[in-house]
Design a binder for this molecule. Structure first.
Ligand code: BG6
Length: 491
């Protein structure tokens, strides 16, 4: 990590979905919090043929809409003064010349510190980078960083190819691959929970843990993103990246230090140890489905196949559940159950760790004969909290037990995507790479899901469905190994 110094932050796709909904509101909030240093300037690059005033008018409207409130006049004023607008098509060399002119104006002295944020379709990444080289923006010696969003490729092979081509222009330490889940508070808290508490680490292994569940459930449907989502599906959109990252943080060994590479080395070791799923095992280890019409929060909801932009007869999965094993000393034979879906009953992201039964059923002749095992629950959203469920005796004459909860709720409602972006954007500006994904992580995560993708792409005729507003298909429970295992749907 280095001192930020003067810095240009160029946003490609500045009027697009991602920039409008996530980046600009997060940057505005950082401005409001006084977290942006004086020498930081933004260049908004977008296709619309606007001048500076048009852009600022749009920026204000867009912020008001996505912040859910009106911007504060003084904060907006400061924020707006940081911006320049460059109009142009991503494929037009003239537009890059105009960008070069903006970056060469003497506003920040001789500033060679530039962040290029590609808030654009992955298929446009390489075109943009080549244009930057061609007009000479990339010839300067400065610290240049490039930020790319997921999905990084669409399978192992395409991810490798994209990476080789990116590396023709940028070194690995200049590439910031974003997975916004790593910016979430509870996700980072997982490291603290595990490695700052002496009492946790000794029991965090196969001797005490029965299984791990990672759920990212969303009640929203595909919205206006069918153009992208229909070709991706939940496995590529969520499981290969967000859920795999959560899995690595639950399962990794303590890193030597907290620096970017030490952390990422440990995450990669986990991914490398995941037992490959053989083609004939895919049907038993992974389950996919698509939402059908139903009711969400009391309102009728369309099925996926009726959503705007979805191809006729599409078998894109909007739900995926899968079981993985990590073949190492700590985790061998402990199942990790991962599931994610759209149009599920609630918005809930939860890591639920179930412990084993006590070795002796001491209370079998009493009213407390059936004691559920302990759980550790790490809720990422909607609330950010941590619960440890323990058993205690119910006060009174009989031998009854009840569950008591050690409860560490630390924030009620801030676990928004924007909060995560605030953390990550500051990290990019400051050059801290610990919460970004190194290519070998992407590569190994693709290796894990590739066998499933391949099997599913061979069978494009049929997909099971579940009614919108439910917890997904009942058949997904067949992933569990024993009858006393079940999906944990509440905190
Ligand atoms: C994105 C996916 O990466 O994450 C979306 O592309 C998904 O499909 C979103 O809705 C979920 O993010 P969050 O922060 O709202 O849980």
């Amino acid at each position: 990590m280095t001192e930020p110094g003067p810095c240009y932050f160029v946003i490609f796709g500045a009027t697009g979905n991602l920039a409008s909904r996530k980046l600009l509101p997060a940057l505005y909030e950082l401005e409001a919090a006084g977290a942006l240093h004086a020498d930081l300037r933004f260049v908004a690059f977008a296709r619309r043929d606007w001048n500076q005033n048009d852009w600022l008018g749009y920026l204000r409207l867009s912020l008001n809409q996505h912040l859910g409130r009106d911007c504060e006049a003084a904060v907006f004023e400061r924020f707006a003064q940081r911006f320049d607008y460059v109009a142009g098509d991503l494929t037009d060399p003239q537009a890059y010349r105009r960008l070069l002119e903006e970056l060469s104006k003497p506003r920040l002295g001789t500033c060679e510190n530039i962040v290029f944020y590609l808030a654009i379709k992955p298929s446009d990444f390489l075109g943009v980078i080549e244009q930057l080289d061609r007009v000479g923006i990339r010839r300067a010696h400065g610290r240049h960083r490039i930020v790319v969003e997921k999905p990084f490729g669409e399978d192992l092979e395409s991810a490798r190819e994209l990476n080789v081509r990116l590396h023709q222009h940028f070194d690995e330490e200049q590439i910031y691959r974003i997975d916004h889940y790593l910016g979430k508070e509870t996700v980072q808290n997982l490291l603290v929970f595990r490695f700052a508490n002496t009492m946790i680490e000794p029991i965090w292994n196969r001797n005490y843990i029965d299984h791990v569940q990672i759920t990212v459930a969303e009640s929203e449907g595909v919205g206006n993103r069918a153009g992208y989502y229909d070709g991706a599906g939940a496995l590529r959109d969520m499981l290969q990246n967000h859920l795999m990252q959560l899995l690595t943080l639950v399962a990794m060994e303590p890193p030597a230090t907290l620096d970017a590479d030490a952390l990422r080395d440990e995450k990669v070791k986990v991914l490398r140890s995941i037992r490959p799923i053989a083609p004939q095992a895919v049907a038993g280890d992974a389950y996919r489905a698509q939402y059908a019409p139903g009711r969400v929060a009391g309102q009728a909801a369309r099925g996926y196949s009726e959503e705007d932009g979805v191809a006729k007869g599409s078998v894109a999965e909007t739900y995926v559940a899968a079981r993985f094993f990590i073949d190492n000393w700590r985790w061998r034979n402990v199942p990790f159950y991962l599931r994610t879906g759209k149009r599920l009953a609630e918005n809930m992201s939860l890591i639920a760790i179930r412990f084993r039964h006590p070795p002796q059923l001491l209370f079998h002749d009493t009213a407390a004969a059936h004691i559920d095992p302990n759980w550790v629950l790490l809720s990422i959203q909607p609330t950010e909290c941590m619960h440890i469920e323990l058993h205690a005796k119910e006060p009174g004459l009989g031998m009854n037990t009840r569950i008591v909860r050690l409860n560490a709720s630390y924030r009620a409602s801030e676990a928004t995507t924007m909060e995560a972006y605030k953390t990550l954007l500051l990290d990019v500006i400051e050059g801290d790479r610990s919460l970004f994904i190194r290519f070998d992580e992407v590569e190994w995560a693709w290796r894990v899901v590739d066998p499933i993708l391949r099997e599913w792409s061979r069978n494009r005729e049929f997909i099971a469905t579940y009614p919108a507003g439910t917890w997904g298909p009942r058949e997904a429970s067949r992933l569990f190994e024993r009858e006393d295992q079940f999906w944990r749907n509440e905190i």
